[in-house]
Ligand binder design. Structure first.
Ligand code: GDP
Length: 424
C-alpha cells in the first residue's frame, strides 16, 4: 500500500517501534507526526538494540528517508543526544536520510522546567508527566508562543522572538512558580549548542512529502503512544498533549492531502500502562509482578515499572474504533506462555450494570473489570513463524480477540527480533 500508519491502540508501549522497523522495508519514507521524546520505542535488529525517543524507526533501513513532521515537539537537546547515540552504534544519519520540518516548533529550555514545577504543584494529584516538557510545549504552541525550527536560519529575527518570549515566560517562571528567570544568554547558548546541531537537517519537509507523494513514493506514518492517550479521545486528563490518532497524521506530517490506506493498530497480548490515571484491568501483587517480569515491562524513557493487566477487550475495541484501524498487529504473545490460564477483561461493570462501552473519562475510575479465563498453551511460541506452528490454545486466544475487537489480526509477534513474526 502506498500510505500506511502504524498506531497504538491502547496506552502506548504496544510495540509500534518493532512493527515500523519490520515494515519499513516496504516504504520509502517514514514520518513521525506527533509527540516528542517523552516515550520511547525499543527496536532490536541486526545493528543492535536501540531506544528511540524522537527519531523515526526507519533510520535503520538503507534508502529510507525519515522525517520529523511539523506536529512533533522538537526537543533539539534530546534529539542531538539521541542522534549521537545511534551514530555511535554505527547508524548513518545524514540530511539525506533524516529531515526535520522547518515548521516543527522547538521545545525550549523552560518547557521541561515548567513540567516539573507544575507536577510538583499538583502534589498528590499529578497527571503522571514524564517531565519532558511536552504539556507546557503544546500549550505554548497553541498560544503561538513557540519558535519554529526554520527560525534558526534567521538569527536576527530569532533573537527578537526570543526577547519577546523571555519577557512573557519569565513572568510565569518567577511570579507563578517562584523559579529563576531564564536569560537571553541562556537561550543563545542553547541555540548555539543544540540548534546548530540539528540545523543541517531542517528543511521544507511538507514540500518534500508532496513531491514524493506525487511520484508515488510509499509513505509510512509513525505515531507515539496510543488511542487512550489521545488528547481528544483518550482518558482526559491522563493523556498526552497531542493526537496519536491516525486521523492526525495528515496534519502533523505536513502531507495535508494524505489518504491513509492502511491503519495498522498495534495491540499487546496483555495490557500495560505507565503513569497515573484509571487502568481498569490492573493486576496487583504477585500475579502482576510475574507478568511484569515475563514481559520486562519497564519504561523505555523513564525505567519506571509499568502497571500491568490482562488484555482489556472494552478498551481495545474502543481504541480500534478511534484509530479506524484496518488491521491489527498483536505483539508479545510469547510473554503469556508461562500462564496455565490466560485472564481476559471481557466487560466492565459500571454503576451496577455490565457494559461493553468504554466509559466517559470522569466515570472510568468507577468501572470494575469482569475477568474471564481462557486455556493457556504452556509452550514456548517464540520460534513459531507460521500460523499453523502456534498451539491451538494460542490460536484460539488470537481468534477470540479478533472477533471481540472487530478487526483482522494480520500480524502476530512472538519476540522482539525483527523476524519473530507470524503474518496471516
Ligand atoms: P512502542 O513504544 O510501542 O514501540 O513500545 P516499546 O518499545 O516501549 O515496548 C515494546 C517492547 O516490547 C520493546 O522492548 C520490544 O523490543 C518488545 N517487543 C515487541 N514485540 C515483542 C514480542 O512480540 N515479544 C517480546 N517478548 N517482546 C516484544
Amino acid at each position: 500500500m502506498a500510505t500506511a500508519a502504524i498506531v497504538g491502540i491502547n496506552w502506548g508501549d504496544e510495540g509500534k517501534g518493532r512493527m515500523v522497523d519490520l515494515l519499513t522495508q516496504e516504504y520509502d519514507i517514514v514520518v513521525r507526526y506527533q509527540g516528542g521524546g517523552n516515550a520511547g520505542h525499543t527496536v532490536i535488529n541486526e545493528k543492535g538494540k536501540f531506544a528511540l525517543h524522537l527519531l523515526p524507526s526507519g533510520i535503520f533501513r538503507e534508502g529510507v528517508v525519515n522525517i520529523l513532521g511539523n506536529g512533533v515537539a522538537l526537543d533539539a537537546e534530546n534529539l542531538s543526544k539521541e542522534m549521537d547515540e545511534v551514530i555511535s552504534q554505527g547508524v548513518s544519519l545524514t540530511p539525506d536520510n533524516l529531515k526535520i520540518s522547518d515548521r516543527a516548533s522547538l521545545v525550549l529550555p523552560w518547557h521541561r522546567e515548567l513540567d516539573g514545577l507544575e507536577e510538583a504543584r499538583l502534589a498528590d494529584k499529578q497527571y503522571g508527566s514524564t517531565k519532558q516538557g511536552i504539556a507546557p510545549f503544546y500549550s505554548d504552541k497553541y498560544q503561538k508562543k513557540t519558535v519554529l525550527a526554520g527560525e534558526l536560519f534567521y538569527p536576527e529575527k530569532l533573537r527578537e522572538h526570543f526577547a519577546d518570549l523571555l519577557e512573557w515566560k519569565n513572568l510565569t517562571l518567577t511570579r507563578v512558580y517562584g523559579a529563576q528567570a531564564v536569560t537571553m544568554d541562556d537561550l543563545l547558548a542553547w541555540a548555539a549548542d543544540y540548534g546548530e546541531k540539528i540545523k543541517p537537517y531542517i528543511c521544507d519537509t511538507a514540500d518534500y512529502l508532496r513531491k514524493a507523494n506525487k511520484q508515488g513514493k510509499r509513505i509510512l506514518f509513525e505515531a507515539q503512544l496510543g488511542s487512550l492517550r489521545d488528547l481528544d479521545f483518550g482518558i482526559v486528563p491522563y493523556t498526552t498533549s497531542s493526537n496519536p490518532v491516525a486521523a492526525y497524521a495528515p496534519v502533523g506530517s505536513g502531507l495535508t492531502n494524505a489518504r491513509i490506506e492502511d491503519i495498522i493498530g498495534v495491540v499487546k497480548a496483555y495490557s500495560t500502562c505507565v503513569g497515573e490515571g484509571p487502568f481498569t484491568c490492573e493486576m496487583f501483587g504477585e500475579e502482576a509482578e510475574k507478568l511484569r517480569e515475563a514481559g520486562f515491562e519497564y519504561g523505555a524513557k523513564t525505567g519506571r515499572p509499568r502497571r500491568v493487566g490482562p488484555i482489556d477487550i472494552v478498551a481495545t475495541r474502543y481504541g480500534v474504533e478511534v484509530q479506524g484501524a484496518t488491521a491489527i498487529a498483536l505483539t508479545k504473545l510469547d510473554v503469556l506462555s508461562y500462564l496455565d490460564k490466560i485472564p481476559v477483561c471481557t466487560r466492565y461493570k459500571l454503576y451496577g450494570e455490565y457494559t461493553d462501552k468504554f466509559p466517559f473519562p470522569c466515570a472510568l475510575p468507577d468501572a470494575e473489570p469482569v475477568i474471564e479465563y481462557m486455556e493457556g498453551w504452556k509452550t514456548d511460541v517464540s520460534s513459531c513463524r507460521k500460523w499453523e506452528d502456534l498451539p491451538k490454545a494460542a490460536q484460539d486466544y488470537v481468534l477470540y480477540i479478533e472477533k471481540e475487537i472487530g478487526c483482522y489480526i494480520k500480524y502476530v509477534s512472538v519476540g522482539p527480533e525483527r523476524d519473530s513474526i507470524i503474518i496471516r
